[in-house]
Design a protein around this ligand. Structure first.
Ligand SMILES: O=C(O)CCC(=O)C(=O)O
Ligand SMILES: [Fe+2]
Length: 306
């Protein structure tokens, strides 16, 4: 039986985010435990549950309490025929050693993920998470104001699919807490839509580095059998590639919603006027995305009419 809330032990791990939780058996979690976890996640953004040792079935069942599950859109799942779970093994190159929120190249990035540490190196391979509410709130008022009115193009280039693109607000509003958070990351975010390529490189470079300020982060040292859960809407994470032994994690991903903007975009996309030859090669990806989107809107309009 899952423990009652009286025996729940919550230990904060840094000033910005993260808590280690004991006294709850995730393998038998029901709706009441799911409510408790949701509340803890809202407060701490990332949670760690040591010594859970869940089976694949228990891991998937736990995920189902929080919404619909999805497999990874680009990475294949080598170990189980359960499409809702996938595995990252260091020996097959699956390591996320750049700061990111998950799958932000999709229109609806995941809202949450649950990791099971299946094989853990004796030393190294810690994961870091960072609080994107703080990263936003600690910007100066003029920069916050500018960012509130911008959007950014994200792509799946890290998975070899540069043509998979989405545009999201640079600042998103969390549907539960209504707080604003910074929503650009060095892994998937390519371009601020309303700025020129050069201006975008400057601002995006600044924001993605700022988001990595150690003050916003927590670093977790894993042990085998630990479960971690994070809110993917207001955090980023990063795996330290500093280990020699095999490291295997399994992930269940809860499907997403469309990020809500702090306010409607204040400016049009920055598209250079003039003939095609005047277009910088750096604008091609953004122009291609905008072209695809315009064609999709047009064909939806025709379908609705027809
Ligand atoms: O291996 C980890 O600790 C996290 C990997 C990761 O980025 C993910 O599962 O989304
Ligand atoms: Fe990730």
């Amino acid at each position: 039986m899952a423990a009652s809330n009286d025996s729940l032990e919550v230990v904060r791990l840094s000033g910005s985010l993260g808590a280690e939780i004991r006294g709850i058996a995730l393998g038998q979690a029901g709706p009441a435990e799911a409510d408790t976890i949701r509340a803890l996640l809202t407060e701490h953004l990332v949670l760690f549950f040591p010594e859970q040792h869940l089976s694949v079935e228990e891991h998937v069942a736990l995920g189902r309490h929080f919404g619909e599950l999805e497999g990874h859109p680009n990475l294949r799942n080598p170990f189980s025929d359960q499409p809702e779970i996938f595995e990252l093994a260091a020996s097959s190159g699956g390591l996320a050693d750049e700061w990111h929120s998950d799958i932000t190249f999709q229109e609806q990035p995941s809202v949450m993920a649950i990791l099971n540490m299946v094989r853990c190196p004796a030393v190294g391979g810690d994961t870091m998470w960072a609080n994107m509410y703080r990263a936003y709130e600690e910007l100066s008022p003029p920069l916050r104001d500018l960012c509130d009115g911008l959007t950014a193009l994200h792509d799946a280039d890290p998975h070899g699919k540069r043509e998979l693109t989405s545009i999201h607000p640079v600042v998103r509003v969390h549907p539960v807490t209504k707080r604003k958070s910074l929503f650009v990351n060095e892994h998937f975010t390519r371009r601020i839509v309303e700025l020129s390529h050069e201006e975008s490189a400057m601002l995006l470079g600044y924001l993605t580095r700022w988001a990595q300020n150690p003050r916003f982060s927590v670093r977790y040292r894993w042990t085998k059998g630990t479960i971690a859960m994070w809110d993917n809407r207001c955090t980023q994470h990063f795996v330290l590639n500093d280990f020699d032994e095999e490291r295997i994690i399994q992930r269940v991903t809860i499907m997403g919603d469309e990020p809500e903007a702090a306010e409607p975009p204040r400016w049009q996309p920055w598209v250079r006027t003039g003939n095609a030859g005047a277009t910088s090669r750096h604008d091609r990806q953004l122009n291609a995305h905008l072209g695809r989107r315009a064609r999709d809107l047009e064909s939806n309009r025709k379908n609705e009419q027809g």
